[in-house]
Design a protein around this ligand. Sequence first.
Ligand code: ZN
Length: 215
Amino acid sequence: MRDGPGRLQGLERELQRLEEDIEADKKRIQDLKKTQREYEADIEDGLAHIRKSRGRIMSVKNNKEYRALLREIEQTEKGNADQEDKVLGCLEGVETLSKELEAKEEGLSAMRDRLESEKTAISKEVARVHEELSDIEKSREKLVQTIAPQLLAKYEQIKARRGGIAVALVNNATCSECHLGIPPQMYNELQRQDTLRFCPNCQRIICWKEAETST
Ligand SMILES: [Zn+2]
């Protein structure tokens, strides 16, 4: 539960990276298609040029002019063949990228599902902790009513002054909150558990740890 929000953030970052990756792929596919259309327009121009040259062949006046026209047509055809290769390159690129994109989109959808179930699990856990806290608060209210008002006032006073912790356990003659030693005489007296005692250093109410764990 404690690493829940961290895990969620990690997943969200991963999700965002994948979304950006997918957007970049889509852009690359669009660019490739645009380039492809440019090559196709070149080919159209080349074809129009060839048609025009062929038309002119009918009206050539001499052999030299005829050869020049044939050479021009040949060169345009060669140019078109090059552009057709480039169109094929674009088509292959689009195909490869589209397959990659499909796989990434599947991954994204799986990740979104995972994120959703993580969120649900975390909110359930939060609800459970709130319920537990409310139970603890209810039992505290009941307990408070059984404590002498003067003692309760003292407890609240220490709690306010000592960062919300009014009671310290003492183990091996050491205060668990301020970590300083309890004098031997006081430690012996503490183990009798007959009256309330306070840590000489942090002034918290002290309890003997072994008594605490045995009850
Ligand atoms: Zn202390």
